[in-house]
Design a protein around this ligand. Structure first.
Ligand code: FE2
Length: 123
């Protein structure tokens, strides 16, 4: 069984596209994503669309990273103490404004660990 493990996309949809294009030529049985779908890059919507499209066509396992926790906890304007870290909080707030309610619900549904295949999503 060939499993592709990807992590820390951080909103870099261009790199994700390159990775998925590369993996398309391989005989991948399942994709495992270790979290941090949003982060330091602005391609939030594109990243989420690619993940949902992949989930619809392949067996995928998704874990929740700390970046998803920040979005679930709405770490946005209500946390002025994070203003001391302007680049970090800036992109978190940017991501928060570009995520849909469904994206946050998806993050909230994700486990932080996984031991078996019961949580797989896909066709
Ligand atoms: Fe990360």
């Amino acid at each position: 069984m060939n499993i592709a493990v990807l992590s820390d996309i951080h909103g870099n949809h261009i790199a994700l596209r390159e990775c998925l294009n590369f993996l398309e030529s391989k005989d991948i049985d399942a994709y495992c994503f270790l979290g941090d779908y949003t982060g330091e890059f602005p391609g939030i919507e594109e990243t989420m669309k690619m993940l949902y499209d992949l989930r619809d066509s392949h067996t995928c396992y998704f874990l929740r990273g700390n970046k998803e926790n920040y979005q679930i906890d709405e770490l946005g304007e209500d946390y002025p103490e994070w203003d001391a870290y302007p680049s970090t909080i800036g992109i978190l707030r940017y991501a928060h404004k570009h995520l849909t309610k469904e994206d946050v619900e998806f993050f909230n549904s994700l486990p932080i660990t996984m031991r078996n295949t019961a949580s797989a999503t896909g066709p």
